[in-house]
Design a protein around this ligand. Structure first.
Ligand code: SF4
Length: 99
């Protein structure tokens, strides 16, 4: 999703012709839904994401670009932070094993 600070290429609402964003379920959906006020429900946005065919690509994009706000790939900021932490721990463990 786009929080208004991303370039057009990173905005599922204005996709490139060769982009996964072209297939986003959230195209045409109010972007505010994906950037709820603190404490507001994320349920509706997550429902849109649930059947999105590019959910994985969206999530990986958000993780790779350190997106800190909004719902991406059906996950909240907190849920993405947890994944980043888990991956960092897994990388550290892998490095320890190979060192
Ligand atoms: S996973 Fe959700 S936020 Fe990402 S492209 Fe699909 S509908 Fe949009």
């Amino acid at each position: 999703m786009n929080d208004g600070t991303e370039t057009a290429a990173a905005d599922p609402a204005t996709p490139n012709s060769d982009s996964w964003q072209l297939y986003a379920n959230c195209l045409g959906v109010d972007p505010d839904l994906f950037f709820p006020e603190r404490g507001a429900s994320t349920k509706e946005a997550k429902q849109v994401c649930q059947s999105c065919v590019v959910r994985e690509e969206c999530l990986e994009y958000a993780l790779a670009n350190g997106e800190k706000f909004g719902i991406w790939g059906g996950l909240s900021e907190r849920e993405r932070r947890r994944i980043r932490r888990q991956r960092a721990l897994a990388r550290a463990a892998q490095q320890t094993r190979t060192a």
